[in-house]
Design a protein around this ligand. Structure first.
Ligand code: IDP
Ligand code: MG
Length: 155
């Protein structure tokens, strides 16, 4: 069985502004994943450069920085078994037009362009660890039991 992991999930400014945050969070909750941290943050260019360090030299970085700093982000830490891969599957591929129906990007971002794909999710465990410590302090991440845990994979 997969280990319990944590993933950093961001509903990006376009997701907050399109008011699909509730729909997205519901999908994670219904999948049995646990939200262990959540806050709304409006980041600046310096913070964007830290979060997207791997993309700094990409041609799309400037547009990406504009997009990620244009409004508040709903940032979450989500916990569950194999959660990093599960969330990436639920999110779908980077380009919404390539995302299958049933995925968050496929269902909710299909017609959007210019990198507007609603959501960020950690790609692998090293990224997750780095990203969670960039966005959240230890005190902002909480341990609690879901009411349905007795019947789920957490046992
Ligand atoms: P990911 O969010 O699916 O992990 P990455 O390749 O890590 O995708 O890219 C980070 C973000 O940068 C994407 O979610 C998207 O918003 C933006 N982006 C990626 N590639 C392009 C592009 O070719 N043009 C414009 N924006 C892009
Ligand atoms: Mg990425």
């Amino acid at each position: 069985m997969n280990d319990i992991e944590r993933s950093l999930v961001l509903i990006k400014p376009d997701g907050v502004q399109r008011a699909v945050a509730g729909e997205i969070i519901t999908r994670f909750e219904k999948a049995g994943l646990k939200i262990v941290g959540a806050k709304m943050v409006w980041v600046d260019g310096d913070f964007s450069k830290r979060h997207y360090a791997e993309h700094l030299d990409k041609p799309f970085y400037k547009d990406l920085e504009s997009l990620i700093t244009e409004g508040p982000i709903l940032a979450m830490v989500i916990e569950g078994r194999g959660v990093i891969a599960v969330v990436r599957k639920m999110v779908g591929p980077t380009k919404p037009e390539e995302a299958a129906p049933g995925t968050i990007r496929g269902d909710l971002a299909h017609n959007l362009g210019d990198g507007r794909n609603l959501i960020h999710a950690s790609a692998h465990s090293q990224d997750a660890e780095k990203e969670i410590s960039l966005w959240f302090s230890k005190e902002e991440i909480h341990s609690y039991k879901r009411a349905d845990e007795r019947h789920t994979q957490y046992q």
